[in-house]
Write a new protein. Structure first.
Length: 498
């Protein structure tokens, strides 16, 4: 454990398969907690102004537990704030309860996000479920086109799915209700999903077969609809919930100001049975729903102790990768996203999942092998080596939908390259050159290969390489990547080309 908190550390919010943010922790500002709206669960009318309690060795440990517990929740709040609240943010999409479609995929010019998915255009809706449920309606979608709608609460649990795997490609309407809603399922609703928190997020992924397919994706997106239950039923809307006085998101939300942000978020998160013991413990150091935490009022000693708790907590999160799963041929293959039952109170694993790829799909929907090293454990580096990846004729990733391998640089951004190729995916296979045995070799290098290999070239950066494989709707029969890290299918070796 380290005694001091380094303000030069960099914390990343990576959304594997969705969007992502970067928080550079190289400065700190004091943010006063703002008044907040009253909840029907355990949220107070407004935050109090009581100063933070002195931090002892014992409370430092409690803050460390609080940091690990709240890490993904504060990360998600920052995303929600920038997507739906802060209109000045370059990432602002639209207001709460409004569906926003992104009719494009990402390129190297998109530098505000990391590990962007360039496979599927996205649609998102951030839901305020305090006043009434939301109804999500989908159109009839051609059977060959994969789509999914991932439902995530403020705890970052994936509590439900709509889509090709979970509900099929038929037209239907689904209702998402918050923790306080009581009522019968209305006519015309195929299924009701219960969100455990008062705010939540729905993330839509719609498969794109190629650049010329974008108009078809736009047509599908135009059939998506998100509306309050009253609008769906064509009835008067209920009384609106109290206005939320939002706590402005900050690059310090995961640093010194972390307790204030966690307290703000907790007011929308009713205490679950398995959380109660921890919530009671961290309450003794001022971590409770809606309560102010004035970092500026702490003594220098207490600020240092809180900083140490945050640093040590983050170190635990980063080190979790060493226990999640051993690498397979250089790839980290693990299941780190799911619902509440999946995590079973393992808050460290949940925090690691957020740090590795917040808002990632659960394994039954998609698996994300990640690689920064070859099978010998040596770091992948396009300035030093060329690489190849070979799939045998019967070793293609076993999926019901599609798969891809995407290339990123050290900053986990897509790279500029002369052929504007950021990934290789299964819809591209008909145009690629096969090996004599029917297998496929991809060439991973910064410079163009020989002419006969160009179709199979995945351009690499002139430096550290980070690759993410995405397997959408993995098959369950053998061979299968499921369960992740233990399945009968293994990702291929990343070979250094001599």
């Amino acid at each position: 454990m380290h005694a001091k908190f380094s303000r030069k550390a960099s914390l990343k919010i990576s959304i594997l398969g969705t969007l992502s943010l970067v928080i550079a922790a190289n400065s700190s500002i004091a943010v006063s907690a703002a008044p907040v709206a009253k909840s029907k669960t355990d949220a107070p009318v407004a935050q109090t102004t009581k100063s933070a309690p002195p931090i002892t060795s014992s409370s430092k440990d409690k803050f460390e537990k609080a940091y690990i517990y709240g890490f993904p929740m504060v990360m998600l709040y920052d995303i929600i704030y920038q997507f739906a609240i802060d209109k000045s943010s370059p990432q602002f999409k639209g207001p709460l309860n409004q569906l926003v479609n992104e009719s494009r995929v990402f390129t190297y010019k998109d530098t505000t996000v990391i590990t962007p998915n360039s496979d599927t255009p996205y649609s998102t809706v951030i839901m305020d479920l305090r006043a009434e449920p939301m109804v999500l309606t989908v159109p009839e979608i051609e059977k060959k086109r994969y789509y999914d709608i991932q439902l995530t609460d403020l705890y970052t649990f994936n509590y439900g799915y709509i889509g090709s795997r979970a509900t099929g490609n038929g037209a239907a309407s689904y209702m998402v209700a918050g923790p306080d809603w009581k009522g019968k399922t209305p006519a015309g609703i195929k299924k009701v999903f219960r969100c455990a928190t008062q705010l939540g997020m729905a993330i839509y992924r719609t498969q794109l077969f190629g650049p010329d397919d974008m108009p078809n994706v736009v047509a599908v997106q135009s059939g998506y609809k998100a509306q309050p239950l009253s609008a769906f039923l064509k009835q008067p809307a209920p009384a609106p919930s109290p206005e939320i006085k939002w706590l402005p998101a900050s690059k310090d939300s995961l640093k010194a100001e972390f307790p204030a942000y966690l307290n703000f978020v907790l007011q929308f998160c009713p205490t679950a049975k398995e959380d109660k013991a921890l919530r009671d413990e961290i309450k003794t150091v001022g971590i409770e729903p809606g309560k102010a935490f004035d970092f500026a009022s702490l003594s220098a000693f207490d600020k240092e102790a809180l900083g140490a708790a945050i640093k040590d907590g983050y170190a635990q999160i980063k080190n979790c990768k060493n226990t999640v799963a051993p690498p397979i041929n250089g790839w980290l293959v693990a299941s780190v996203a799911g619902n509440r039952d999946f995590f079973k109170g393992n808050w460290l694993l949940r925090a690691f999942a957020a740090d590795a790829g917040i808002l990632a799909n659960s394994a039954e929907e998609a698996v994300y092998p990640m690689a920064k090293a070859d099978n010998n454990g040596d770091a992948l580096d396009g300035s030093k080596h060329n690489y190849s990846i070979t799939f045998g004729p019967d070793q293609m990733p076993p999926v019901n939908a599609f798969w891809s391998i995407t290339m990123y640089d050290a900053k986990q951004l897509l790279i500029e390259n002369p052929i504007n190729r950021y990934l290789i995916n299964s819809p591209m296979l008909p145009g690629m050159k096969k090996n004599k045995d029917g297998g496929l070799t991809m060439y991973i290098q910064k410079d163009a290969p020989e002419a006969d290999k160009m179709t199979n070239w995945l351009p690499a950066p002139n430096g550290p390489i980070y690759m993410v494989m995405r397997l959408y709707w993995p098959k369950t029969g053998k061979p299968s990547i499921l369960p992740p890290g233990q399945g009968s299918w293994k990702p291929p070796v990343i070979q250094v080309v001599q």
